[in-house]
Design a protein around this ligand. Structure first.
Ligand SMILES: [Zn+2]
Length: 257
């Protein structure tokens, strides 16, 4: 066997270290071919250790699969019912958001309202200097009562509440609140109670106006006593005592007592 044939065979072989028997015989006798075989085997052994440039084959393969027909998205035109469904869903989401906002607004409103109620609890409204506002704060609609007698009675109940509240506030020596109450008391008595007293039928006057005159008589002396006990707030209390006493006189006059 010629050296050339042996070497070509070794080059083509996947396992040059293990040649077939025919070649082994030649290699045993030919030092040149043995040296050739040794170099070749060395090269084969080093191949796995050769550095190779990074391959993009894996990524290319993934891309190829993803863009293949099997994974292609079928861009079928949207059917009308699906379009409608999508539109309805949008409307539903919009409504849900609007409902959420409305709910928040209501919660906020309720909270504010509640805060206002807390602020007003036991404290007469500061800005209200109109008879209607004062009355509605304690007894909404009392001024709308059809009969003067009923209106008169409801207003006298409010006068008692204002007076009781004044006594409470006088204990704290709260000048601004006692002043406010005193001013409201005057409006209630002069613009409300005395005005309605004149409309009460004459037959009812003696009994009804007479008892309210007694109420104001007591209120007047209580306010006067409080003024003596609390000199710091004597002025609005004395004023209240005078208003109550004047109302008493007017009522007795109207009642013919
Ligand atoms: Zn040879």
């Amino acid at each position: 066997m010629k050296c050339k044939v042996v070497r070509q065979h070794l080059l083509a072989s996947a396992r040059p270290a293990r040649p077939p028997a025919v070649m082994a015989e030649h290699l045993a006798q030919c030092a040149g071919c043995r040296a050739f075989q040794r170099r070749l085997v060395n090269i084969e052994r080093l191949v796995p250790e050769q550095p190779v440039p990074a391959s993009t084959a894996k990524a290319d393969c993934v891309q190829a699969v993803l863009h293949s027909d099997a994974f292609a998205r079928h861009e079928a035109p949207e059917v009308p019912w699906r379009q409608r469904e999508r539109a309805l869903r949008k409307v539903a989401i919009t409504f849900a958001m609007a409902a959420g906002l409305l709910f928040l607004a209501l919660v906020w409103y309720a909270w504010q309202h509640h805060q206002n109620e807390i602020a007003n609890l036991g404290v007469p409204p500061a800005k209200e200097n109109r008879l209607e506002d004062i009355v509605n704060f304690y007894d909404r609609g009392a001024l709308l009562a059809a009969h003067p007698r009923e209106r008169f009675e409801r207003l006298t109940v409010i006068a008692q509440k204002l007076h009781d509240k004044t006594k409470e506030r006088a204990l704290d020596e709260n000048f601004s609140e006692v002043s406010k109450l005193s001013a409201q008391y005057k409006i209630l008595l002069e613009e409300g109670i005395l005005a309605d007293a004149a409309k009460v039928p004459e037959a009812d006057r003696k009994e009804l106006l007479g008892s309210v005159a007694e109420q104001f008589s007591r209120a007047s002396s209580e306010a006067h006593n409080l003024a003596t006990q609390h000199p710091m707030i004597a002025q609005p209390l004395d004023h209240m005592a005078i208003v109550a006493n004047n109302a008493r006189s007017k009522l007795r006059e109207l009642a013919g007592i």
